[in-house]
Design a protein around this ligand. Structure first.
Ligand SMILES: C[C@H]1O[C@H](OP(=O)(O)OP(=O)(O)OC[C@H]2O[C@@H](n3cnc4c(=O)[nH]c(N)nc43)[C@H](O)[C@@H]2O)[C@@H](O)[C@@H](O)C1=O
Length: 322
């Protein structure tokens, strides 16, 4: 029997790297699409073929799908930083809004040409809810983004519905914040855990942050990748909120991280820098994943404290290894 074929965009990122590992483990021939082959080369394994394609290259992207004839397409590519989308709103729209439509269109063409099903997974985001009209959010919460990132993701989310209506098994996982030691320090969790590890190791230092009051629903990234695989393998396509159901503020994350290394009075190490405050920032994003639990059998494996401790311990070990 030949291996199933999967195309993964954004393969060099946090989620992409976990997903590629998972699919290789499951026996897939994996085609990893990344903007830079150098970063993608970090992906292990002989079963991974790397394609250096920018998501703005529509014809190359579409041609790749028609040439590779995948069974499954996972679209994790795009701009992952909400903060950065304020500096580059047009780029955000192109890579996180338009490129998914290019992939959906190519998938449908391939399905028609080959006469066999092609399944598509769109990594959607809690940012589509903007300042949400209800807490917690579900698949039915109104979509009204407040950031360029959220607006681009909302376009892709709606496009998934359009193509599902045309007969494609296209699913959207509405991902809440999900973290791991593979997160870059441009995201608040890793920025905090890397700084806390450095301060604990050296005994001094400061951490400059923006909005400490924002409440987010933080989960463990490999669990969110597992949800993607489950959504693709499910009999029918759908939308699924993927979240732990519990929100904590950035302040609580800071306190938990410092608490883990035995620093109770963390305030003296933290400053507020307006440069890290966004023009608009949802006050609370927390998801109700009941549908994913019921339909996909999905559940998170780590709670907030497990997550904070795992990330701080990883950063402490990195410093010790130096
Ligand atoms: C669901 C969503 O989740 C992620 O996007 P994000 O929520 O923007 O992630 P973040 O870690 O940059 O910010 C979290 C919160 O933390 C606040 N915050 C305070 N001080 C700093 C600070 O100094 N740096 C940063 N980065 N954030 C800060 C910031 O204002 C925000 O309220 C991505 O996976 C994205 O792809 C996605 O879809």
């Amino acid at each position: 029997m030949t291996s199933p074929v999967a195309v993964v965009t954004g393969a060099a990122g946090q989620d992409g790297s976990y997903l590629v590992e998972r699919l290789v483990h499951d026996g897939y021939a994996v085609h990893a699409v990344a903007r830079s082959a150098d970063r993608a080369a970090l992906l292990s394994a002989d079963d991974v073929t790397i394609h250096e394609v920018d998501l703005t290259e529509h014809e190359r992207l579409s041609g790749l799908i028609l040439d590779l004839r995948p069974d499954e397409i996972y679209n994790l590519g795009g701009l992952s930083s909400v903060a950065h989308s304020w500096q580059e709103p047009i780029a955000a729209a192109e890579v996180s809004g338009v490129a998914p439509i290019v992939l959906l269109e190519a998938a449908l063409r391939l399905q028609h040409q080959s006469g066999r099903p092609v399944r598509v997974l769109q990594a959607s985001s809690a940012e589509i809810f903007g300042e949400p009209s209800e807490v917690p959010q579900t698949e039915l919460t109104p979509i009204r983004p407040v950031s360029p990132y959220g607006a681009a993701k909302a376009l892709a989310h709606h496009a998934v519905h359009v193509f599902r209506g045309r007969g494609l098994h296209a699913s959207s996982v509405i991902l809440y914040n999900h973290e791991s030691p593979r997160r870059p320090t441009t995201f608040v969790t890793r920025k905090i855990t890397a700084a806390v590890a450095a301060i604990a190791t050296s005994g001094s230092g400061t951490l400059a942050l923006g909005n400490l009051d924002a409440a987010r629903d933080w989960g463990w990234a490999p669990d969110y990748v597992d949800a993607m695989v489950r959504a693709v393998r499910h009999g029918t396509a759908g939308d699924y909120v993927i979240a732990t159901g519990t929100a904590h503020t950035v302040r609580e994350f800071v306190a938990a991280a410092f608490g883990h290394v035995g620093v109770a009075d963390w305030h003296e190490h933290v400053t507020i820098d307006p440069a890290f405050v966004r023009p608009a920032d949802p006050s609370i994003l927390v998801g109700d994943a009941s549908k994913a639990r019921a339909d996909l059998g999905w559940r998170p494996s780590k709670d907030f404290r497990d997550l904070v401790c795992a990330m701080v311990d990883h950063d402490l070990a990195l410093l010790r290894a130096r």
